[in-house]
Design a protein around this ligand. Structure first.
Ligand code: DI6
Ligand code: FE
Length: 407
């Protein structure tokens, strides 16, 4: 270990749930430990008894629980309008077809997002982001996908970038131009895909507006062969890929993501054994999105037992969006992942820390309390990690630290 410097900050008298897999205790728990922070970075996790005597920069946490900052690795939190009235219509028995024909569904959000200024989108997204940060989220992925043309996709990604500049949180932006076929291309989806592959994808990549490319591979989205076209275009530029796959039906999308060494395959309720195998071989993370499963009243559960058996890392995220998962709460998503999908609380925690970090390609720096990792962490008025997901709506957060700084 490096020598402790008098200017290092020591967060002492803590229970560290490090989430480090090499610490042989549930949650990687280290009792009576201290976190030594230098600048943005964790220098070490040391036993209380190793704190140099007389060290000035100490914060006494009085035995509180400390975890890594939470990571929400799948959100759509930049969008215009809302779909509350449409949801009420649905509950009153109006069919999805009727709602769609009235311009509802995803198209309603596309229309509202296209016609909203960047300032309006920023203001709305800031409020949603605030709710995630209030729960201890320190890294969030944000997708485009409600613009569906070059200009509006760029506007969404610019808003995501601005959120990162205005807030202490880390933003990981994703291009989801292949979220749906926009109305003006309804007769020719392939022509829209050409626009995405040949124009939107390279142009916005050059502007460094996103870190990975996503797609909705589904019978109501893009076909596997269209998806592969997109992945080929991304691969040619060295852009990481991921996908919304196997949400409503089994299209073999997860295997396709895996073939392109994708970061994550998300939703995966209809994933089959071959898909699980492919993900295990490529190291692709399974991102579970129980909010959408709940809100759509789905029945088919993701194959958690198979994923576990094959050692596929499972992440948990909110999928926050106005149509299928209007829940800006990662604590709630963790609770739902346990109740609905059968994850253990420890798996849910790994799913919003180290495995979520892997889904964003940040596993070497984020999601664990470990020497060399970014000093993003949360202090909780709690003893056990399970308390944070046990009672959704009761938030025992005591203090948030982003890159070594108290928020
Ligand atoms: N899967 C979903 O559940 C959302 N997008 C996707 O690819 C739906 C988004 C919406 O309805 O606005
Ligand atoms: Fe999604």
């Amino acid at each position: 270990m490096q020598q402790i410097h008098p200017d290092d900050v020591i967060w002492r008298n803590a229970r560290l749930a490090t989430m480090a897999p090499d610490v042989p205790a549930p949650y990687g728990l280290k009792e009576q430990h201290a976190l030594v922070v230098r600048g943005h970075t964790i220098l070490a996790a040391i036993p209380e008894s190793d704190i140099p005597s007389g060290h000035r920069h100490c914060v006494d946490l009085q035995g509180r629980l400390v975890t890594p900052g939470l990571i929400d690795c799948h959100t759509h939190l930049v969008f215009g309008g809302d779909r509350a009235a449409e949801w009420e219509q649905r509950l009153n028995g109006v069919s999805y077809q009727t709602i769609s024909a009235q311009g509802g569904g995803i198209n309603a959000t596309v229309t509202a997002t296209r016609s909203s200024s960047a300032e309006t989108l920023l203001k709305l997204a800031q409020q949603r982001l605030q709710r995630l940060m209030n729960e201890g989220v320190t890294t969030v992925e944000i997708k485009s996908g409600y613009g569906l043309n070059a200009e509006a996709e760029e506007k969404m990604l610019q808003v995501a970038r601005q959120l990162g500049l205005n807030n202490p949180i880390d933003i990981s932006p994703t291009l989801l131009a292949a979220h749906a076929v926009p109305p003006e291309y309804r007769q020719d989806p392939d022509a829209y895909l050409t626009l995405v592959c040949e124009q939107i994808l390279p142009t916005l990549w050059q502007k460094e507006l996103y870190e990975a490319v996503d797609v909705f591979c589904e019978n109501v989205g893009f076909t596997p062969s269209q998806t592969e076209r997109l992945f080929k275009a991304a691969a040619a530029l060295g852009i990481p890929v991921k996908g919304h796959v196997e949400q409503l039906s089994n299209q073999g999308g997860a295997a396709l993501v895996s073939r392109y060494k994708g970061l994550s395959a998300d939703h995966i309720e209809y994933l089959d054994d071959a898909g699980v195998q492919a993900m295990a071989q490529s190291g692709t993370v399974a991102v579970l999105l129980p909010g959408a499963f709940y809100f759509l009243q789905e029945r088919q559960r993701p194959p958690v037992e198979q994923l576990r058996k094959q050692g596929v890392p499972m992440a948990v995220a909110t999928d926050y969006n106005p149509g299928t998962s209007p829940f800006a709460s990662l604590h709630l998503a963790m609770n739902m992942a346990c109740v609905q999908f059968g994850l253990t609380p420890e798996e849910a925690w790994a799913g919003v820390t180290r495995h979520a970090a892997r889904a964003l390609g940040r596993h070497a720096t984020h999601g664990q309390l470990k020497a060399g990792f970014v000093a993003d962490f949360v202090v909780w008025d709690a003893t056990l990690p399970v308390e944070i997901l046990y009672e959704p709506g009761r938030n025992p957060l005591y203090q948030r630290v982003f890159k070594g700084q108290i928020a």
